[in-house]
Design a protein around this ligand. Structure first.
Ligand SMILES: [Zn+2]
Length: 284
């Protein structure tokens, strides 16, 4: 999956009106569950102005993804959050909503009850591969059951996180909504059934071009080193870390006209910028 101009290629799109244009920074990905059984109800909420909430992406149990906010804009998914001592988490993050109804209780007779303690037919849980029992102090002292997340859905979240990390190289953290709600302790999502560690590991993989989703390119500029700039055009400043020597391998991140955004190097020393595409060729 690639994200170009803030939109993911090949996924359904439904613009949410609940946004702010632009953003402050891109520092973290916040993972949520929708507290619903289907994507349709979450999408309807985010598409309605009365919902006053939104997320960049909604991931259905089947793995189908709907993008509702451009990555360059601010979604309303963690408004009261705190991250690294600061607020304005929406302005600093990408929000991904994963369809899952969250915790259930059981009646004395063993009947499944939703979070409002209303009975739920077991058939509503058919998309989910079982329940785990876990106690969560933020929910209270009652025993609670949490639906597991289907593997096609988790695979889709992984692909989305990888693509988001590639599109937003300044992101350094992946957290659950609950992790940024430690002051209020109201939000428990994505909950104990969600494999948070599996998603957080993707932060360590990001230098791998397979994960970034980009091609390997090689600088082909035998007569002089290739300038790398802050934007797609000669009117953007040259980066201090350039120019790039002939033969250097880079990773393609985004193409805009004749210009290509590339990642140079890996790990902590990696940097990104724009090069004129004429001087970049696919690596053998
Ligand atoms: Zn949430």
């Amino acid at each position: 999956m690639r994200i170009t101009g803030g939109w993911a290629d090949g996924v359904a799109r439904r613009q949410s009106p609940n946004i702010n244009r632009g953003h402050h920074s891109r520092e973290l990905i916040v993972l949520h569950y929708t507290a619903s059984y289907t994507a349709a109800s979450a999408i309807a909420t985010f598409a309605s102005t009365s919902g006053k909430s939104s997320a960049h992406f909604v991931v259905e149990t089947t793995g189908e993804i709907t993008q509702m906010v451009n990555l360059n804009d601010t979604a309303w998914h963690a408004g009261y959050g705190v991250f690294r001592g600061g607020g304005q988490v929406n302005q600093r993050s990408i929000g991904i909503e994963i369809v899952n109804p969250g915790y259930h209780f059981r009646s004395a007779g063993g009947e499944l009850l939703n979070w409002e303690r209303k009975p739920v037919p077991e058939s509503r849980l058919a998309p989910f591969p079982g329940l785990i029992e876990a106690r969560d102090p933020w929910v209270g002292s009652a025993r609670t059951w949490w639906p597991l997340f289907p593997e096609p859905q988790l695979g889709a979240v992984e692909r989305l996180v990888r693509a988001t990390l590639a599109a937003c190289p300044t992101i350094s953290e992946i957290l659950g909504h609950r992790d940024v709600d430690g002051v209020r302790r109201l939000k428990v999502d994505p909950g104990p059934a969600f494999p948070m560690a599996r998603m957080r590991r993707l932060l360590g993989d990001r230098a791998d071009p397979e994960d970034i989703g980009g091609r390997r390119l090689v600088v082909h500029s035998p007569s002089s080193p290739l300038n790398i700039r802050g934007g797609p055009g000669t009117n953007f400043d040259k980066l201090d870390r350039g120019p790039l020597r002939h033969g250097l391998q880079v990773i393609e991140l985004e193409v805009r006209g004749s210009w290509i955004r590339v990642r140079v190097g890996d790990g902590n020393s990696a940097f990104e910028g724009w090069c004129y595409g004429e001087y970049l060729r696919p690596a053998a």
